[in-house]
Design a protein around this ligand. Structure first.
Ligand SMILES: [Zn+2]
Length: 201
């Protein structure tokens, strides 16, 4: 006998699956609630039932400042890689949605698409400080294209995250380090500034 679940039942299962993954990623209740439609009370119940420890440091609103993706350099590099993962997995937001209210953006579908993308990124960069909520903010800010954006490195063509308000051109960390190194090598050392000085003494 062919038994097919109703759309409502399937969606109910999807909400539970996503809630479990997001709780494991220590996402704040507000964001999980927006994506799964579970209330904070229901999430507390699920957390206890699934025996997932709560992170007491994660309270209040999610961090939203785009500056944290640009500074320091490590954050900029990791953000660029995460943004490239999002493009590969097709999670990039279209620009016209970027300015929509946050509760309209945080959907079950976005959560389901972003979870495997974020998990693939963390599998490659387990020490990264970019948590799931920062990943959400990152894709929203990139779609807005106001303060931060994605460009190609002017030297090697790699994907780089740029500060739209900064005067520097798009350049990846690797190429920037290489340029600094070359500049340091081409700078005359104090001893060789005037080779004739020693002879005149
Ligand atoms: Zn480069």
């Amino acid at each position: 006998m062919d038994i097919s679940a109703s759309d409502g039942a399937l969606r109910h299962v999807r909400r539970h699956r996503l809630a479990w993954r997001l709780l494991v990623h220590q996402v704040r209740a507000g964001m999980i609630s927006a994506m799964t439609s579970f209330s904070c009370h229901q999430l507390s119940t699920l957390r206890r039932r699934w025996d997932i420890a709560a992170n007491r440091h994660l309270r209040g609103r999610s961090p939203i400042s785009p500056n944290r993706y640009i500074h320091p350099r490590r954050a900029r590099s990791e953000s660029a890689v995460l943004a490239a993962f999002c493009r590969i997995y097709g999670v990039a937001l279209p620009g016209h949605l970027a300015h929509a209210p946050r509760n309209r953006l945080l959907t079950l579908e976005l959560g389901e698409r972003l979870c495997p993308t974020y998990e693939a990124f963390r599998a490659c960069f387990p020490q990264s400080t970019l948590d799931f909520e920062k990943a959400v903010t990152l894709i929203v800010e990139i779609a807005k294209n106001d303060q931060i954006g994605l460009e190609r490195c002017e030297s090697c063509g790699a994907t780089v995250l740029i500060d739209r308000l900064a005067p520097r051109g798009p350049i990846c960390e690797y190429c920037e380090q290489e340029r600094r190194h070359k500049r340091a090598l081409s700078r005359p050392s104090p001893r060789t500034k005037d080779p004739g000085a020693a002879a005149r003494r």
